[in-house]
Ligand binder design. Structure first.
Ligand SMILES: CC(C)(COP(=O)(O)OP(=O)(O)OC[C@H]1O[C@@H](n2cnc3c(N)ncnc32)[C@H](O)[C@@H]1OP(=O)(O)O)[C@@H](O)C(=O)NCCC(=O)NCCS
Length: 158
């Protein structure tokens, strides 16, 4: 199956996709960027979102693939698409999270050279998260002292 990934500025449309995928979760925010993956018939196969937390720190906030389209590397493509965007925006570091048993996500993030930001799971609401990050530029070392602050902000994000 051939897929097309397009940036989507239609918040009403992405809100309805988000509701289908993450009924329990709150909306990430109107300030986030959204990408929608379409199958060759124009059907929605998945979506992903990201936001710049500062000029240098990007946060990959959500990603979901519909059941029918899982296992076709779409998640990997949506990671690559957002990494390109983050680099073009000038981000030097990307942070994200994975829920405890989301092994498919973890595998794909590790393949994209994300690393675990902490040795242990981080409690968040009723869940526990692995916090993961990827350094995009050498200068990210300068952010070391502030990274905990950005991770905390990510945890507080809706
Ligand atoms: C997690 C999710 C985004 C993956 O999407 P996807 O497009 O099917 O992922 P991909 O096809 O790119 O890759 C899946 C990979 O993970 C592997 N995988 C799947 N389940 C796995 C498991 N339980 N343990 C280890 N690896 C697993 C697959 O084998 C595949 O690797 P392969 O290509 O080498 O076989 C999708 O399952 C989903 O939408 N889940 C619900 C929402 C969610 O959990 N989102 C998490 C981000 S917030």
């Amino acid at each position: 199956m051939k897929y097309t990934i397009k940036k989507c500025g239609d918040l009403a449309k992405v809100r309805s996709i988000h509701k289908m995928a993450f009924a329990e979760d709150s909306w990430p925010g109107d300030d986030h960027e959204f990408w929608v993956a379409y199958d060759e018939h124009g059907g929605v196969a998945g979506f992903a979102s990201a936001v710049l937390m500062t000029t240098q720190v990007a946060f990959f906030s959500r990603c979901a693939i519909t059941l029918k389209h899982r296992g076709f590397e779409l998640h990997r493509q949506l990671i690559t698409t957002r990494l390109k965007w983050a680099k073009a925006e000038g981000a030097v570091i990307v942070i994200t999270y994975v829920t405890k048993f989301s092994y498919a996500s973890m595998v794909n993030l590790l393949r994209a050279e994300f690393r675990f930001a902490s040795r242990s799971l981080v409690p968040c609401g009723n869940d526990e998260w692995h916090v993961m990050l990827k350094i995009l530029r050498e200068s990210a070392g300068m952010l070391k002292g502030h990274i905990t602050q950005h991770i905390n902000a990510m945890m507080e994000a809706p």
